[in-house]
Design a protein around this ligand. Structure first.
Ligand SMILES: NC(=O)c1ccc[n+]([C@@H]2O[C@H](COP(=O)([O-])OP(=O)(O)OC[C@H]3O[C@@H](n4cnc5c(N)ncnc54)[C@H](O)[C@@H]3O)[C@@H](O)[C@H]2O)c1
Length: 250
């Protein structure tokens, strides 16, 4: 996959899928900005990349705070001179409750990170991409952005929104040498999934029973698709969602 020397921001890259994406880009020769709300975890990923693969820079940013997103992009361009790709991966899970029981606080919390955070990152990156005349966005949505996801109202709303923003914005910038796609993971091994299973241990067997491959996805498998979408190998693909779910959506 051709991403050599591309400058890539990955949000929420301190753990799980984001970490795997950052490492995968670095393995393929990209320069990676490892961004996370947790600077310590971002620094650990940077150390791993610098020791084993190449160039990386940690930048602390809460994607739900517009100023911090502006700073993230400015700092990246000041350091590397350009921005080729942004992967909007930072996301959080909700408290699993039926819609009438869910709290306003939980709704605001999830929407502010998963939906508004993606909008902020797209807005600021697109300003930079238009100035440069090129750019690429990969949004991490979810199977929950394509199919019903009961007891998960805020998460479901936020991920359907990410798919919608991906498609609408892809049309806006299709003639501007800017591609925008989304990846929709199914159940994937990560802290987010562990949190869900810890809250309801019976979920482990239930979830596996609905996955035709009878296993969870691996973060590296999601990372593969993200790097491919951001690479020079997919120049005619925009506005698409790629589902990686072991067949669950079938
Ligand atoms: N794991 C799954 O089964 C699964 C399935 C579908 C989609 N996803 C999506 O994949 C993405 C990554 O999830 P994961 O499973 O790796 O979760 P994770 O909890 O392992 O990692 C999320 C990372 O995002 C960071 N983060 C949280 N809030 C942030 C904020 N406001 N600003 C910046 N960084 C922030 C966390 O510090 C953490 O490092 C999320 O968007 C999630 O919705 C995950």
């Amino acid at each position: 996959m051709d991403v050599k020397n591309k400058v890539v921001i990955v949000t929420g890259a301190g753990s799980g899928i984001g970490k795997a994406i950052a490492i995968h880009f670095a393995k393929h020769g990209a320069k990676v900005v490892v961004s996370d709300i947790n600077l310590e975890s971002a620094q650990k990923v940077v150390d791993e990349i610098v020791t084993n693969f190449g160039e990386a820079l940690p930048i602390k940013a809460n994607v739900a705070v517009f100023k911090e997103v502006e700073n993230l992009v400015q700092h990246t361009v000041a350091n590397f001179g350009k921005l080729d790709v942004i992967v909007n991966n930072a996301g959080i899970g909700p408290h699993l409750l039926r819609t009438h029981e869910s709290t306003l606080r939980d709704w605001d919390r999830v929407i502010s990170v998963n939906q508004t955070g993606v909008f902020y990152c797209m807005k600021v990156a697109l300003q930079q991409f238009l100035e440069q005349g090129y750019g690429n966005i990969v949004n991490i949505a979810s199977l929950a952005g394509l199919k019903a996801s009961p007891n998960n109202i805020s998460y479901s709303a936020s991920k359907f929104a990410v798919v919608g923003m991906t498609k609408s914005a892809a049309m806006e910038y299709a003639t501007k040498n800017i591609r925008i796609n989304a990846v929709c993971p199914g159940y994937t091994e990560s802290a987010l999934l562990t949190q869900l299973i810890n809250a309801k241990p019976e979920m482990d067997a239930i979830l596996k029973s609905v996955i035709p491959m009878k296993r969870y996805g691996k973060a590296e498998e999601i990372a593969d698709a993200v790097v491919w979408l951001a690479s020079e190998n997919t120049k005619f693909i925009t506005g698409q969602t790629i589902t990686l779910d072991g067949g669950t959506s079938l």
